[in-house]
Design a protein around this ligand. Sequence first.
Ligand code: PLP
Length: 390
Amino acid sequence: MNKRPLHFSTQLAHAGMHMPLPDARPHAPPLYQTAGFEYDDAAGAEEAALGKRYLYARDASPNEDALGRAVAALEGAEAAVVFASGMGAIAAALESYLGDGAHLVTVDGLYGGSHELIAGVMPHFGARHAFVSAATAAAIEPAIGPATRAVFVESISNPLLRVAELDQIGALCRRRNVALLVDATFATPLLQRPLEQGATLSIHSGTKYISGHGDVMCGVVSGAAVEIAKVRKLRKFHGANCDPFGAWLALRGLRTLALRLERQVATAARVATALQAMKGVERVHYPGLESHPDHALARRVLGGFGAMVSFEVAGGLDGARRVYDRLGVIARAASLGDLTSLMTHPARFSHVRLSPDERRRGGIEDGLLRLSVGIEDPADLIDDLQHALG
Ligand SMILES: *Cc1c(COP(=O)(O)O)cnc(C)c1O
């Protein structure tokens, strides 16, 4: 090797680049913030080209893989692949089953992005779909035809918190030999492991409870290794990778999932019960309440009732707007699964582009408010709601 001293600008360009590995293992996972990887010799580069080493971060990178391995273990899956967002994960998962002419069965009331992708974008690529009215085996079965390749449901729906009949849908999909894709964002692997109930893929918006701090976007798809290999290949060409720092943050957040969510679920139950007794509240939607239409089902398919609570207030749009305006502790913000409590007014926010009639058919009343319960002291949340309603 040539040992001539390097010129100043070359020294600068390479400064600190060859940091030796530390002589003790870092206790916290290191952040590998790099787009590419380099090798000691030609043989190393050749191995990377054959897929035996890291090469370029759009193919695979260590922080994404660390997050993927952690989620796969929690889901009881062979493998998982991490995305830049939940939508990136959902798009690749659906696409891996839906070639030209293939048919998807799904349910009314999906997350808005998923609905638009299926109804407005995928038909351009020749994929066909049917929406059924409920995530039950009885509603889904008649919609399955010879071209159906997949069924897509959400474990708990937004914003009315209807619970998918996952065990029965899983059995149906096995019997009819179609894939079952589950958006498990609201349940998380703490409350439900969809693969154990017959799902082919379990999908998360990691932006929500998985990362839990509202400071990163990511998505994860878990399943059998052969299925995940197909999804991973699509990620590479969609370029839907999570940045290493995003994956690092999400993994750090994930480690407190049980602590956060157990507290959030317990608080949600208290808030839901308190809301039922508050003046001006007409109806509370929470699967943990006996009045919820899916209470018994939730007991069967979920290990807890979740931390989302929706409720209808008197006075329609104006009534809900007045309550929303008067919140002090609970933030008026999109998203969910954050440490702090967040509220939306669906008729004026997530569902504002639907006609009043479409909203009514979907059960989105003008006075409906959706609350994502955080880790704050329950008494402060109940006070805040009481004050806002007062
Ligand atoms: C937020 C969300 C998504 C989309 O995830 P992003 O990370 O925002 O892309 C999909 N499904 C559900 C149920 C969600 O709540």
